[in-house]
Ligand binder design. Structure first.
Ligand code: SAM
Length: 278
């Protein structure tokens, strides 16, 4: 990369997506931009950067920012949050709602494995939902990821990562080398592009938020701003699931850890019931 190009790209990615690229990530920028140069028929990544620096090419800006996101995900990632969802969080919310609709927001949905895992948990609840409907809104910055999520088509490798075989057989059909998720599960998840740096109040209020494995890419003030705004969007008691390497501790007081339930936080832990007695 030309001198100054790494700093330029990292500044762009930080401004547009909040993602912090430390000085030792030049190799990452090079390896993610090289395929863009090839696809665009450009001689090198210097041309990719020039298209942005000199021409402010907006399509190229979006492509580069998207390429710098890490979209790693898999079905039932870390397992425990989905067990807690089924055994504790959904029963608590169902008891509070007594019918009506529960809204769950999956705020960094990537290619769909997380929102579809939530939908599979909801399906497994069956009569325990007592007629309560579950609406899942899945958002992500990456339009490319959302397209794949909406299609609901996964490779053999992807369905072998974390998805129990009985869930695979129940909710997917095989089509050649791929697996298609059932129209029922697909119909339970709505997808929408959303940058977490932007105002998300228009999404409405939620009974639980999954914001997993995305805050790790942001600096402390950005994490705090996002969590504080999320706290305004959740109904009592304000459940939040974070990734295994993430916490609210030292970031914000807007959510507190639910003692004994790893990865689960609530805005108001005093308001959660006996199901959560540690
Ligand atoms: C590592 S994936 C996590 C996927 C899933 N939540 C999980 O835990 O398996 C992180 C996702 O966050 C998205 N992302 C990164 N920055 C974002 C931002 N500013 N706003 C919304 N999504 C963002 C990326 O596009 C990527 O799909």
């Amino acid at each position: 990369m030309k001198p100054g190009d790494f700093e330029f790209v990292s500044q762009l990615v930080r401004e547009r997506a909040g993602i912090v690229l430390s000085a030792d990530k030049a190799y990452l920028v090079e390896s993610r931009l090289a395929p863009i140069a090839r696809k665009e028929g450009m001689a090198s990544i210097d041309d990719v950067v020039a298209a942005i620096r000199l021409r402010r090419d907006s399509r190229m800006i979006e492509t580069v920012v998207d390429a710098m996101t890490t979209n790693e995900t898999f079905f039932f990632r870390d397992k425990t949050p989905f067990e807690i969802l089924e055994t504790n969080v959904l029963p608590e919310l169902v008891a509070r709602k007594r019918g009506g609709t529960l809204r769950i927001w999956c705020a960094a949905a990537s290619t769909g494995q997380e929102p579809y895992s939530i939908a599979m948990v909801a399906d497994a609840m069956g009569p325990r939902l007592a007629g309560t409907k579950i609406e899942i809104l899945a958002t992500d910055l990456s339009e490319r990821c959302l397209e794949k999520a909406k299609a609901g088509t996964y490779t053999q490798f992807e369905v072998q990562r974390g998805l129990p075989v009985q869930m695979l057989l129940k909710h997917f059909t095989k089509a050649g080398d791929s697996w298609n998720i059932s129209p029922t599960l697909k119909g339970q998840v709505r997808y929408r592009a959303m940058n977490l740096l932007d105002d998300f109040r228009a999404l409405g209020r939620f009974d639980a938020i999954f914001c997993r494995n995305v805050l790790i890419y942001f600096d402390l003030p950005t994490k705090k701003r996002i969590l504080d705004r999320m706290a305004m969007q959740v109904e009592d008691p304000g459940f939040l699931f974070l990734g295994a390497a993430e916490t609210v501790l030292g970031v914000t007081d807007a959510f507190k850890p639910v003692s004994g339930f790893r990865g689960l936080y609530a805005r108001d832990t005093a308001r959660i019931g006996a199901r959560f007695a540690a």
